[in-house]
Write a new protein. Structure first.
Length: 66
């Protein structure tokens, strides 16, 4: 499985993007690419799911769920 970004690096990138508590981390294959999906819970009961490209570490998207 091709990946340059480790699990720990993905978590750090996610927490640098949205500060909170990591709830879950998934590693998935989607549209020919590998991604980390990091779920972060915030103090105000909102949750963010941050999609991170596993090769570049680029934040692809942030989805908010409240």
């Amino acid at each position: 499985v091709p990946q340059n970004i480790t699990y720990e690096e993905a978590v750090k990138i996610a927490l640098d993007t949205v500060y909170g508590e990591v709830d879950d981390v998934d590693f998935e294959y989607e549209n020919g690419q590998y991604y980390y999906f990091v779920e972060i819970e915030l103090d105000d009961d909102r949750e963010a799911e941050i999609q991170i490209h596993a090769m570049t570490g680029e934040v692809i998207s942030i989805e908010w769920d409240d």
